[in-house]
Design a binder for this molecule. Structure first.
Ligand code: CA
Length: 364
């Protein structure tokens, strides 16, 4: 972070103190005076978006309720207070106390942050939670964000995504060549190397881009969020699996001075509620995806298809190249990759003989 930004951060933090009203509250067994806090939280999501948007609103409500109103959090949708992709900057500067978005939106500034959303062929939701809470991931993440004056918390996950909506059949690796696809991040870099013309459009514009043929394909999230955008009305083939986003985590970020201003019990309330929303959002997506997929499979204009093995093998090979190059150019990415890969290496054998084997057995 530039020194100028840091100084600006300090200045605006005066604002944090100013909006923190301290009013004595009667009661409390030790007669302690309880401070009250009013925080602003900015997100990258459209207001009321199923899963992500609703999840963060629930997080704020639960924190207010479980703190007995001592910590009130006002949630702002993407673009309302700060641009959707500048959540981390706003929290870092202290413009707001809290943020909710995806770490990989900030890959331009913090390339290694991508590991704290997802990397292609990376960890499932179960694995990333295990790596976070019991595998050293959270400590590395907090160290990575320290220079930005921000404390991160896992606060949601969309679970396994889909490869995306296509208006052209993908029967071989050759079919990727020349395809115009909306796919951001490392997944987009991988697709580009496979011959795809990678295009970035925000979620709100995917529908029109597919409808008008500006793009041939687009990935967004999965059935629950994709039908909310109406993508099933403008594309024929719905391909799986979402090789590029296997268990993408969502982050809650808190400005360090704002965090430090909270008494320990409120800090614990925030921390526990972030963990609760991490579980709640996954449950919401699991239920929502189930119902939405049923709706999609009943629609005769849509075909749900698996990407051919040949295509997945190519994407895996290219993903390894892209991830390796990131580690070569960025020391933090190299350090986090080591921890992430090591965890996935020891985790995979048990996932294979438990979740994977059981899901296969259910279909026997
Ligand atoms: Ca996605």
């Amino acid at each position: 972070m530039k020194r100028r930004d840091f100084v600006a951060g300090l200045t605006s933090l005066a604002g944090v103190t100013a909006c923190t009203t301290e009013a004595p509250v009667s009661g409390g067994s030790q007669g302690l005076q309880e401070s009250r806090f009013e925080w602003n939280l900015v997100t990258a999501w459209p207001a009321g978006l199923p899963g992500l948007g609703v999840g963060v609103e629930r997080l704020a409500e639960r924190i207010e309720k479980s703190s007995n109103g001592r910590l009130k959090i006002k949630v702002f949708a993407g673009g309302e207070l700060v641009p959707a992709l500048e959540v981390l900057d706003a929290v870092s500067r202290g413009t707001v106390q809290m943020g909710h978005d995806s770490a990989y939106y900030h890959r331009g500034k913090v390339p290694a942050a991508q590991y704290f959303t997802t990397v292609p062929f990376g960890q499932t939701v179960h694995e990333i939670n295990a790596w976070m809470y019991y595998g050293g991931g959270l400590q590395l993440w907090r160290e990575l964000y320290k220079p930005f004056n921000v404390i991160p918390f896992p606060a949601g996950n969309t679970g396994m995504q889909m490869a995306g909506w296509f208006n052209k059949e993908i029967n071989s690796a050759n079919d990727l060549k020349g395809l115009k696809m909306r796919i951001p991040g490392l997944g987009g870099e991988v697709m580009q190397r496979a011959g795809v013309s990678q295009i970035t459009v925000p979620a709100s514009e995917i529908f029109t881009a597919l409808q008008t043929g500006t793009i041939d394909a687009a990935e967004w999230v999965g059935p629950y969020n994709d039908i909310a955008l109406g993508l099933n009305k403008v594309a024929r083939y719905y391909y799986y699996p979402g090789w590029h986003e296997i268990g993408p985590m969502v982050q809650c970020t808190i400005n360090r001075e704002a965090w430090d201003s909270l008494p320990p019990d409120l800090q614990e309330i925030v921390s526990v509620n972030c963990q609760a929303i991490n579980l709640d959002m996954m449950a919401d997506y699991t239920a929502g995806n189930a119902r939405a997929l049923e709706q999609i499979t009943l629609d005769p204009t849509v075909e749900v298809r698996r990407l051919p093995d040949e295509v997945l093998a190519l994407l895996k090979e290219l993903s390894e190249q892209v991830i390796e190059e990131l580690a070569v150019t960025d020391d933090w990415a190299a350090r986090i990759k080591k921890s992430f890969d090591e965890f996935q290496r020891i985790s995979a054998p048990y996932q294979n003989i438990s979740e994977l084997a059981a899901l296969q057995a259910r279909e026997v």
